[in-house]
Design a protein around this ligand. Structure first.
Ligand SMILES: Nc1ncnc2c1ncn2[C@@H]1O[C@H](COP(=O)(O)OP(=O)(O)OP(=O)(O)O)[C@@H](O)[C@H]1O
Length: 287
């Protein structure tokens, strides 16, 4: 059973223009999927549909279906869905509503009807998972941007969802905070088997971790598949080539110019290792 199955899904806010048009996507359980596409492509709307806010909160008209763990999102209430899909909004600070860190997690647990002892254990466990152990009594306002982001993730993890949806989670983070965030999401995937879905503009940041790229443009699904297949498609079809990571621009240009078939680079280290091996082979051949 896939974690997410979107079939022939179209959606319009309160005007006739479809902001999502006949979308078909499957995301496997325990995988890391990244939604890509230029501004206005419909990435946020797709996240809202996974959380049920589209259509339950925003209204509008839709066709087709969005299923999470084989349950129709449109036929579930938002609180029901929140137990399966944890969503961290683009402006995640609005999700933080209490004075202290501990209260923030307790607030999320209140609706689940957990006994007080279990609430305390769950608070420490959830904070430890996101690297905020010991911050229970800290004031939310005193946290750094990266720590607030982690707290927003912890507050949705407290409900024990199996799917985590994050809309541009790194937009307010510095490069180090961004690297730490994606490492954390990768750990949640590997250690807890969570399905991770993120919207991200900076492809290089997610390249080491992604299993699937989903490319949208103007409400349509352009490509969904392995990162390698989608990046090659973007390059070949000159689709937002400026969004390609520099590493991949180099790889694809080298392949086009030399006829070499290089492997699917995920990190600078893998690129350096392969290029060094190629150069020493050539060097040996020229001796
Ligand atoms: N609440 C709303 N009511 C009406 N139209 C909306 C609403 N939210 C978004 N839209 C429109 O839907 C389309 C898709 O917007 P969406 O925010 O989903 O795109 P996006 O790919 O996330 O863009 P960005 O990268 O700029 O965040 C845009 O044309 C936008 O103007």
């Amino acid at each position: 059973m896939p974690a997410i199955k979107i079939e022939n899904f179209s959606y319009a806010y309160h005007h006739p223009h479809k902001v999502l048009d006949n979308i078909n996507i499957t995301v496997d359980q325990g995988s890391f999927a990244v939604i890509l596409g230029p501004s206005g492509a419909g990435k946020t709307t797709l996240c809202l549909a996974l959380a049920g806010a589209v259509p339950h909160y925003f209204g509008g008209s839709l066709a087709g279906s969005v299923s999470v763990n084989a349950v129709s999102a449109a036929d579930s209430t938002m609180p029901e869905l929140a137990q399966t899909v944890g969503s961290v909004l683009q402006d995640y600070e609005v999700q933080l509503v209490t004075m202290t860190v501990e209260e923030e997690i307790a607030f999320s647990l209140e609706n689940l009807g957990l006994e007080e002892e279990k609430v305390l254990a769950c608070i420490s466990q959830t904070l430890a998972t996101v690297g905020l152990a010991g911050y229970e009594q800290a004031e939310v306002a005193s946290l750094s941007g990266g720590q607030k982001q982690r707290l927003a993730i912890a507050s949705v993890l407290a409900a024990d969802p199996s799917i985590l949806v994050l809309d541009e989670p790194a937009s307010a983070l510095d490069p180090e905070g961004t690297r730490a965030l994606y490492k954390l999401l990768d750990e949640l995937k590997r250690q807890k088997g969570l399905t991770i879905i993120v919207v991200e503009h900076d492809i290089a940041q997610v390249l080491p971790y992604a299993d699937q790229f989903i490319l949208l443009n103007d409400g349509r699904l352009i490509q969904a598949g392995s990162p390698d297949a989608v990046l090659t498609y973007m390059w070949t079809n000159e689709l937002t080539p400026e969004a390609l990571p520099p590493l991949w621009r180099l790889k694809l240009a080298l392949e086009a110019q030399t006829g070499l078939q290089l492997s699917a680079w995920r990190t600078e280290q893998s690129a350096i290792a392969e290029l060094s091996a190629c150069l020493s082979k050539r060097g040996a051949a020229n001796v």
